[in-house]
Write a protein that binds this ligand. Structure first.
Ligand SMILES: CC(C)(COP(=O)(O)OP(=O)(O)OC[C@H]1O[C@@H](n2cnc3c(N)ncnc32)[C@H](O)[C@@H]1OP(=O)(O)O)[C@@H](O)C(=O)NCCC(=O)NCCS
Length: 178
């Protein structure tokens, strides 16, 4: 398990699946805003939930509170590119777990995984320009805003701007994650 200060990132387990499906992936508004693709109903064997044969370019974790081992969401390092040595970060917390500092901690743990475990040199986050929680969680970990992709996301009937944030290995200050 990867450990942040208050969160752990571990493998996906069977009893995570109904919770993630009900509280995260079947929330149409959240999924449409967070996923960058049209929402569709998620089945139990959907690759977002369970990975029998995970693709090489994806590392997908379930997030738990260290105290109590309660499931609170998902964390992904996706688009892992071993030639250019970069990858993207994605985080999805269950509604009850948002706004408590866990997202910041999850990003820290994913940085440890990307930079220290995988030896990457660049991590990137794309998020809707109005997603202040995600932007702040990234900035708290040293990510800098690199640009705005104007009207690049179709979200529930409108085009929205996305922000690109990046962090380089040499800028990463590490953390309590291990
Ligand atoms: C986005 C998300 C990962 C952020 O994690 P979080 O645990 O809620 O955020 P944190 O509690 O760590 O907050 C980080 C900072 O953002 C601020 N913040 C959090 N939610 C906020 C909100 N809705 N509006 C404004 N600021 C917010 C916090 O006050 C904190 O600021 P600080 O560092 O100045 O104290 C989480 O809310 C989530 O999973 N949301 C739904 C899915 C999603 O949007 N995923 C990202 C898709 S790219």
């Amino acid at each position: 398990m990867l450990k942040g200060t208050r969160v752990g990132l571990r493998d996906r387990r069977e009893d995570d699946i109904p919770v993630l499906r009900a509280e995260l992936y079947n929330d149409v508004v959240n999924a449409a805003r967070a996923e960058g693709r049209p929402w569709r109903p998620v089945t139990a064997n959907d690759p977002q939930l369970a990975f029998d044969n995970p693709p090489e370019n994806l590392a997908s974790f379930s997030v738990v509170e260290l105290e109590g081992d309660t499931l609170i969401g998902t964390a992904n390092l996706w688009g892992i590119d071993t030639h250019n040595r970069n990858a993207h970060i994605g985080v999805g917390l269950l509604p009850a777990a948002r706004g408590k500092g866990y997202g910041t901690d999850v990003v820290a743990a994913l940085c440890y995984y990307g930079f220290a475990v995988r030896g990457l040199q660049r991590l990137q986050i794309e998020t809707l320009a109005d997603n202040e929680g995600m932007i702040r969680a990234a900035e708290r970990n040293g990510f800098v805003r690199e640009g705005v992709l104007r009207k690049s996301a179709w979200v529930l009937g409108e085009f929205m701007d996305e922000v690109v944030l990046g962090l380089l290995a040499g800028e990463w200050e590490g953390s309590g994650a291990a």
